[in-house]
Ligand binder design. Structure first.
Ligand SMILES: *Cc1c(COP(=O)(O)O)cnc(C)c1O
Length: 391
């Protein structure tokens, strides 16, 4: 007799994340081993001829990759998942898997900027046309779908400006027209937004952010439903995609603590965002979890929680004053990426083509980490003092 195994499908998401991928652990260890491997040996010529073993070659899967694939599919609630070397490679591989010359892509105007670069460069060169659409389009996306539209791509909330999309309405219209729906689900980490329950066919994440959670690895994840899985898997394998063993392990490790980390990111971010909203220097706080914030109603309808990333539009002030604010902060680092344990602040200027974005003053994006929110608030208070001391 050995101990019985939990039926994960019946358990709370927090419990599932603790159990995720653990079937691959051996010898009584809690965690699976990290397999570094290229060659996999076959015991007999016959077994080589018919490939009659679970693992055949490093790039084709290891116990480490299978463990994290299972875990990510469990987080997202999808059929199966694959790991890639970065979030951007996950986006580009997913798009290339479903688009060919002559096809049309509907891309949300608030998409992560390097993904826009990929569409306007490499995809365009392949003869794939991209039309950018208003993130708030909802059901009216139907009017933009063409006979050759293969993919409708969403990102919600939108990069930087945090528009919440009506994914169910968009997916419904896309499916009616025979297109598939992909979403960049990085903000919710797949834990707070269940993309497949809202009609998405593919959910993509920069695992670099919350799944890894400690700013110490790059990772991309693509999770598919059963219908899109074979075509995506084929493209993934023929493009030779795979991710590094240690980075996959760090992703799996991050997943076990995702629920508790996100809960604290949200609690801290709500407190800091509320405080920012009360400041005279602030025009708007773009955080869908705040009551009355843009996108709050849709967020409340569709999301189970909010992560620690939001943006702020300041009232008009000089560039020198905005820089003085950033330079005075000591707990908020300044740099790209987010989703780690530490707080960040970065200025931004959105790139748009289908919609207009105007702000009266400078825009900052904050990632609220796991520090005490009171310490973060005093740090921001110092920043505002520096801002006000400038012309
Ligand atoms: C960071 C990010 C990506 C890209 O991830 P990398 O791992 O840096 O390539 C994609 N989408 C969103 C929303 C991101 O924030």
């Amino acid at each position: 007799m050995s101990k019985s195994k939990p039926d994960l499908s019946r358990l709370d998401p927090a419990t599932r994340l603790v159990a995720a991928g653990r079937d691959y652990a051996e010898h009584g260890f809690v965690n699976p081993a990290v397999y570094h491997g290229s060659t996999v040996l076959f015991p007999t010529a016959q077994s080589l001829h018919d490939r009659s073993q679970t693992y055949v070659y490093g790039r084709r899967g290891t116990p480490t990759s299978r463990a994290v694939e299972e875990a990510v599919a469990l987080v997202e609630g999808g059929h199966n998942a694959k790991m890639l070397p970065s979030g951007l490679s996950a986006i580009s591989t997913a798009l290339l898997a479903f688009l060919k010359s002559g096809d049309h892509l509907l891309m949300v105007d608030t998409v992560y900027q390097p993904a826009r670069h990929f569409c306007d460069g490499l995809l365009k060169g392949l003869g794939i046309e991209t039309t950018y659409y208003d993130p708030l389009v909802g059901r009216a996306i139907a009017a933009l779908v063409r006979p050759n539209t293969r993919v409708v791509y969403c990102e919600s909330p939108g990069s930087q400006t945090m528009e919440v999309q009506d994914i169910s309405a968009i997916a419904d219209a896309a499916h009616r027209a025979g297109a598939i729906v992909m979403i960049d689900n990085t903000w919710s980490a797949g834990h707070y937004f269940k993309a497949f329950d809202h009609g998405c066919d593919i959910s993509i994440q920069a695992g670099t952010k919350y799944l890894v959670g400690h700013s110490d690895a790059m990772m991309g994840t693509v999770t598919c439903n059963a219908e899109t899985w074979p075509a995506f898997k084929e493209a993934y394998e023929s493009m030779g995609q795979f991710a590094g063993a240690d980075d996959m392990y760090l992703t799996l490790r991050g997943i076990h603590t995702l629920d508790v980390r996100l809960e604290r990111h949200m609690k801290n971010a709500c407190k800091v965002a509320e405080w920012l909203r009360g400041r005279d220097e602030v025009e708007t706080v773009l955080y869908p979890a705040l009551s009355n914030a843009p996108g709050h109603a849709l967020w409340k309808r569709d999301f189970k929680g909010a992560s620690g990333l939001f943006s702020v539009v300041l009232k008009p002030c000089s560039g020198i004053a905005a820089d003085a604010f950033l330079d005075r902060l000591s707990l908020f680092g300044m740099g790209w990426s987010w989703g780690g344990f530490e707080s960040l602040a970065i200025p931004f200027r959105p790139q748009r083509s289908a919609t207009a974005w105007t702000a009266p003053g400078p825009c900052f994006r904050f990632h609220i980490g796991l520090e005490s929110p009171d310490d973060l608030i005093s740090d921001l208070g110092e920043g505002f003092a520096a801002l006000r001391s400038q012309p």
